[in-house]
Design a protein around this ligand. Structure first.
Ligand code: NAD
Length: 472
């Protein structure tokens, strides 16, 4: 699979190729042509020029609907491409294509909605016979930079709201997973998207990525990725909007009264789905002391159902992580946790980029596995005294993305929702539960509190204009 980059809808082939490897066996999956600085300039000027003839709401709606249909028709192929560049198993990659169809459908619907407001001005003694009306205007240009872990859905979560809002976008996907992003762009063009609305490309950091952040013509940098790079971008972006969706270290809090079957299932789904590489994956299972023994016993049995191995084998539920280096970091964190007093009850082994689903008990709170984000299928169990202990422990850390609590005690659930300093708290659900149009995003090191999700992202890609007129 040798793909071009796309500048304003035109394929760009070059001698400079980015190579992408299959983490499962290190075979070459494909290449993408890198662009030059002149190509980037072309993408920017074409986007600005194109905006002089904006698309109607109906056009944007129809393009997104058509794209959703094309995504459904190409589902199996897209799932295979994701698998071949991430090593995620086909169960997961098929699921991701379904989520992406939702993003496109919801964006298509949102393109038809107008949230403009009307204010009558004769409502006070200072009033006049006038009206003020608001409407949204798209930003002139949005830069987007995306990570590897959901290479299709994260690209869709930038591109689809931009189209729905009418804002042109230039997007650089993760250098680890560019093939999926390029195939997605091809689907968008096939659906009728005019070239000027979207450029998707790869290129060098200094030559291509830096100007995407610093160029004055870019009005918003929308970034999803690690805390480290997110903060770097924040320091470079200067006087422009930034949307930063960064890392997480999400807890699943399980209280003494919890339905244990539910708790065990949620803990396993949250820890192992997508090879544990979700920003909202369960990274710490906080179990109240009265049930920790029984929970742990049942959880180990449940975890055995998450068979790891060949990502293309239909039986596989956990494929590789993104590359061998990432797996080595996870393996080392398991060893360090053992040194610090934890006990591995299941897994712990590594083969190349494959990290086994791993259950670890008695994990100390300060070992790197849980003090930092461990982006893989590790399930550390930490004993908590009570809900207050869990809240205090979680809130003392730097992350603030999402959280889950398993309990039938309404007051406890509401207390968690109120006091956990995170963007999301899900009751009797995994921390990552969402629909693609609900607001999503974190606080503290996980983000600036600016949400994504189709509708919020659309709003952030526009500015509100007000105008007024006599009403006599
Ligand atoms: P990363 O930060 O390493 O890379 C993300 C993107 O930034 C890539 O496209 C990369 O090429 C680019 N990049 C690298 N250096 C850059 C620089 N100096 N300037 C500008 N861009 C640069 O992240 P990753 O490893 O691809 O993804 C995993 C991380 O993303 C995890 O921390 C995960 O929690 C986070 N994430 C967050 C969310 C969320 O919505 N909050 C969602 C998914 C993933």
């Amino acid at each position: 699979m040798n793909l071009p980059s796309y500048i304003a809808g035109e394929a760009v082939h070059s001698d400079q190729k980015l190579e992408v490897f299959y983490p499962w066996d290190n075979s070459l999956t494909g290449t993408v042509s890198k662009i030059s600085r002149a190509d980037l300039e072309q993408a920017i000027t074409t986007a600005l020029e194109g905006q002089k003839n904006p698309l109607s709401r109906y056009d944007r709606h129809a393009i997104l609907r058509k794209a959703a249909q094309l995504m459904a028709e190409n589902r199996e192929e897209m799932a295979k491409v994701i698998c071949r560049e991430t090593g995620l198993c086909m169960r997961e990659t098929r699921y991701e294509t379904g989520r992406t169809s939702d993003v496109l459908e919801f964006a298509a619907a949102a393109a038809l909605e107008d949230d403009g407001q009307v204010f009558s001005c004769d409502i006070s003694p200072q009033g006049k016979n006038r009206k003020i009306v608001t409407f949204r205007q798209p930003l002139q240009l949005v830069s987007a930079i995306t990570p590897f872990n959901h290479p299709l859905n994260q690209v869709a979560h930038k591109v689809a709201p931009a189209i729905a809002a009418g804002a042109p976008m230039i997007l650089k996907p993760s250098e680890k997973t560019p093939l999926t992003a390029i195939r997605f762009a091809e689907i968008m063009y096939e659906a009728g998207l005019p070239g000027w609305m979207l450029s998707v490309f790869v290129g060098d950091l200094e030559e291509i990525v830096q100007p995407m952040i610093t160029d004055d013509r870019v009005e918003l940098v929308s970034f999803t990725g690690s805390v480290e790079i997110g903060k770097l971008i924040a320091s470079q972006a200067g006087y422009k909007k930034t949307c930063l969706e960064l890392g997480g270290n999400s807890p699943l809090i399980i209280l003494n009264d919890a339905d244990l079957d539910k708790a065990v299932t949620l803990a396993a789904e949250g820890s192992f789905r997508n090879s544990g590489q979700r920003c909202t994956a369960v990274k710490r299972i906080l179990v109240q002391e009265g049930i920790v023994e029984e929970f742990t016993k049942r959880f180990v049995e449940k975890a055995k159902e998450y068979v790891s191995g060949d990502p293309e084998d239909p039986e596989t539920r956990v494929g590789t992580v993104i590359d061998e280096n990432a797996a080595i970091v996870l393996e080392e964190r398991v060893k360090q946790a053992e040194k610090d007093g934890a006990k591995v009850l299941l897994g712990g082994g590594r083969r190349g980029a494959l990290m086994e689903p791993t259950v670890i008990a008695n994990v100390p709170r300060d070992t790197p596995m849980v003090a930092e984000e461990s982006f893989g299928p590790l399930a550390p169990i930490i004993t908590i005294k009570d809900l207050d202990d869990a809240i205090e422990y979680y809130n003392s850390g730097n992350f603030g993305l999402s959280s889950g609590i398993v309990t039938n005690d309404l007051q406890a659930a509401l207390k968690a929702a109120k006091h956990l300093r995170t963007g999301t708290t899900n009751i009797n659900e995994v921390p990552g539960y969402r629909i693609e149009k609900s607001p999503f995003g974190g606080i503290k090191d996980s983000g600036l509190g600016i949400k994504e999700g189709v509708n919020e992202a659309m709003k952030f890609m526009t500015t509100t204009k007000t105008f007024s007129f006599p009403w006599e």
